[in-house]
Ligand binder design. Structure first.
Ligand SMILES: [Zn+2]
Length: 125
């Protein structure tokens, strides 16, 4: 099995309801998203997948949430835009693209600060 990981940062604001404390107030983070895909075999060029393709998909996904107030987006209308839910959101969008390239998203890690991160592991593994 091979894994490839890419990393990209984005900025966004959110309010986390029902958790108590300062995070219930509007605030922002410089998030970092790490996406890992995997597959058992390499392509004829000796790559799991071209980094450029993965970076393109992630850039497109993050474009929709970068510099946004996440609570106002339809995807987070019913759920808190926590780092956990953001990781799942990114994972599901990446998986839709990854499937076409015969790779699986196995992990999405979202860093909310330089010393706090959450990891979402999709059920498809
Ligand atoms: Zn926060």
């Amino acid at each position: 099995m091979y894994e490839v990981t890419i990393i990209k940062s984005f900025s966004a604001a959110h309010v986390l309801e029902n958790i108590g404390g300062k995070c219930e107030e509007l605030h922002g983070h410089n998030f970092t998203a790490e996406v890992t895909v995997a597959a058992p075999k390499l392509n004829p060029a000796g790559l799991l997948i071209d980094f450029r393709l993965l970076k393109k998909w992630l850039a497109e996904i993050l474009e929709d949430i970068d510099h946004k107030y996440l609570n106002t987006l339809p995807s987070f209308a019913e759920i808190n835009p926590s780092a956990e839910n953001i990781a799942k959101y990114i994972s599901e969008k990446m998986e839709a693209e990854a499937k076409k390239a015969s790779v699986k998203v196995i992990k999405v890690k979202v860093w909310e600060s330089e010393n706090a991160a959450v990891t979402y592991i999709p059920d498809n593994n």
